[in-house]
Design a protein around this ligand. Structure first.
Ligand code: FMN
Length: 344
């Protein structure tokens, strides 16, 4: 199907253009935040608890593998490999948009393989925000999901010549949140969230909001490159907030919903910065995909294990025995980020 072709093209283009120099820069990135040395604390690295609580569950690590793929032959292998690595490293994992499998049952296997390879794992289903509760239920059942994320990807759709042009999402989100049998995450995919959007979405009482900030994999960019005739030369460059800015917006808006930080998280240092800025957990897509596709599943496992070794050491450096303690660590904002903060 065309959708499967699109998914295959996403995989190869994401690998190619991931962290491309030409990717648009949307606001200050993780390097705009420094960690301030605090008082000494009598503790050992072994005292650190890296667990975080969100979506009604305890997670061993405050990061997971974010939604990427499914719905094609190539993606079955990628999903199988990602799920095996997630199982070995005790990470949660989200699957890519399942809408293709709701229409074409031959594609179900490319998602189900994730549950097969990570039988006890916390798995997150994925659909667009316009899907009715029946589809949400079917997507959850497909992988026996523990939560579902619904993407609100206005910028990405508009960047696609064949993307949606009708966005009647709010009533549907409220209904799905009320009726879903598992926790619902509302997720941006690369343009971030400002304070008013965060307040509006938080009022819908989702289990979490994924701020989906800029400076990570640029999907709008990928869509425009894929669309070779450039039928839709829309320039979205003035639009959006970085992940770091979106997290500051969340703190300013003082919303109730727990925040997930995604978009440009490519190191354990980025994870720590996001947690300092108040995220309850984080996730990465492009970086993990890049390691998997250009190296191997064992290289990805090693990369994640390196993060898992570094995290308790970094937390000790910051005097944080828990992920909550990290949210109290004082930080310095680079001038451009502080300028943003002052304008909030
Ligand atoms: N996000 C979704 O919500 N649904 C998708 O189907 C989806 N497909 C993706 C496919 C690829 C190849 C990549 C790289 C990302 C995809 N994303 C999708 C977005 C990621 O989940 C994530 O939000 C985004 O890539 C930003 O994170 P990153 O900077 O760590 O890549």
């Amino acid at each position: 199907t065309t959708h499967s072709n699109r998914k295959n093209e996403h995989l190869s283009l994401a690998t190619k253009f991931w962290r491309d120099k030409e990717n648009p820069v949307i606001g200050p990135g993780f390097d705009a935040v420094r960690w301030v040395p605090g008082p000494l604390k009598d503790m050992a690295v072994a005292d650190v608890q890296t667990t975080t609580h969100i979506l009604g569950a305890d997670f061993a690590w405050p990061f997971y593998i974010e939604a990427m793929t499914g719905g094609s032959v190539a993606s079955t292998k990628v999903n199988a490999d990602l799920a095996t690595v997630a199982q070995k490293t005790d990470l949660a994992m989200a699957v890519g948009s399942q809408s293709v499998a709701l229409k074409d049952s031959s594609q179900v296997e490319s998602y189900r393989v994730v549950r097969q390879n990570h039988p006890e794992g916390f798995l997150i289903a994925n659909l667009g925000a316009d899907h009715p509760i029946q589809n949400v239920q079917a997507a959850i059942d497909m992988i026996d999901a523990n939560a579902i994320e619904l993407h609100v990807n206005l910028g990405q759709e508009l960047a696609m010549a064949e993307g949606d042009r009708r966005f009647y999402w709010l009533d549907n989100l409220a209904t799905v949140i009320a009726k879903s049998p598992v926790p619902v995450i509302i997720k941006e995919v690369g343009f971030g969230m400002g304070p008013d959007l965060l307040k509006q979405l938080s009022a819908l009482k989702p289990a979490a909001i994924n701020v989906g900030g800029g400076n990570g994999t640029s999907f709008a960019q990928i869509e425009q490159r894929r669309d070779r005739q450039n039928k839709n030369p829309l320039d979205l460059s003035p639009f959006g907030l970085s992940t770091v800015e979106s997290l500051l917006a969340g703190q300013k808006a003082a919303i109730d919903s727990p925040l997930i930080a995604t978009g440009g998280i490519q190191s354990i240092n980025n994870v720590v910065t996001a947690l300092i800025l108040g995220a309850k957990t984080t996730s990465s897509a492009g970086h993990f995909l890049q390691v998997l596709m250009t190296k191997s599943p064992s290289a990805l496992q090693q990369e994640i294990e390196n993060w898992q070794q570094a995290l308790p050491e970094l937390m000790t450096l910051l005097g944080a025995t828990t992920v909550f303690d990290l949210s109290q660590v004082p930080r310095l904002h680079r001038a451009d980020l502080q300028n943003f903060s002052d304008q909030l």
